[in-house]
Design a protein around this ligand. Structure first.
Ligand code: 5GP
Length: 266
């Protein structure tokens, strides 16, 4: 379990490596192995298409650990994740994929943009699970699209969409009880997928409080990026709370995810 404690290890120094993506919350570097990438989580945080930006001390390390722990749970449940191994306190080696520019959002509880767009009160639990597709485009503000738009734009095929829905449903079915067990309502989250060289699809995203809504079941307190978006304060404390609750239920799986893949037979 030591690897997920936040005092463990140094931040990665990856200067000199070619940068593939230089974002506010994530930096991606090339690895010597062309089938891998090095993902570094930073303390940067942004909202509303970069209008709001800040730094939350320690967030990069928290997100690195949270995403690794969640990858472990997903792998044990039979979902292939990009996670390969932790490299430093704030970075991890991942499988490189050709990322499809479509965001898939899963909503178990209505909140955020859906509540706003449709004039529904936040917190209402629909009888079905809701899946939104968004076209990843900063210029357009990641607009909501449907399956037919995604195919017409040449982003995905219908067969790929079907697989993306089924993988997302599986991810949700693993994460919902996991979070319930630590007193968290998994309200919604966003995932992206990528293609491997053989054309098969793989999750190409990290689940962290940056791209999910976590509400405390008992108090209703928000323990995710909404604290930053909505100026609620205590952003770092919320991220630390998610980290420490997950730590209590996440077995240490060694340095390499292949141990788990062998155990779960994929
Ligand atoms: P909403 O559509 O309500 O803004 O977001 C729904 C969920 O998806 C939230 O958990 C939110 O954090 C996540 N999400 C939606 N779009 C993005 C995005 O572009 N980046 C990140 N990091 N998360 C997103």
């Amino acid at each position: 379990m030591e690897r997920y404690h936040l005092t463990e290890g140094d931040s990665g120094k990856h200067d000199g490596r070619p940068v593939i993506y230089d974002g506010v919350a994530i930096k991606i570097y090339e690895d010597e192995d062309p089938s891998r990438i090095l993902v570094q989580f930073t303390d940067g945080i942004t909202a509303y298409n970069m209008i709001k930006k800040a730094r939350i001390a320690g967030k990069g390390r928290i997100n690195n650990a949270v995403s690794a722990m969640l990858a472990g749970h997903l792998e044990r449940g039979g979902v292939r994740t990009p996670f390969v191994r932790l490299v430093s306190a704030d970075s991890q080696l991942c499988t490189k994929t050709d990322v499809i520019p479509v965001e898939m959002i899963v909503r178990n509880v209505i909140a955020g943009s859906m509540a706003r767009r449709l004039g529904i009160e936040e917190g209402i639990r629909p009888g079905n699970t809701i899946y939104d597709l968004c076209y990843k485009s900063n210029d357009l503000g990641d607009p909501l699209i449907n399956d037919h738009h995604a195919v017409a734009l040449g982003l995905v095929t219908y067969a790929e969409l079907q697989e993306m829905y089924s993988m997302t449903e599986k991810i949700n079915s693993i994460l919902l009880p996991l979070f319930k067990g630590i007193g968290i309502d998994l309200v919604d989250f966003k995932v992206e997928f990528g293609r491997l060289p053989d054309g098969s699809l793989m999750l190409a995203d990290h689940i962290t409080p940056d791209n999910a809504r976590f509400w405390d079941i008992r108090t209703g307190e928000r323990l995710d990026k909404d604290r930053f978006r909505r100026d609620m304060g205590k952003v770092g404390d919320a991220y630390r709370e998610i980290h420490s609750r997950l730590l209590s239920v996440s077995p240490f799986f060694g340095s390499d995810i292949s141990d788990i893949r062998q155990m779960s037979g994929h």
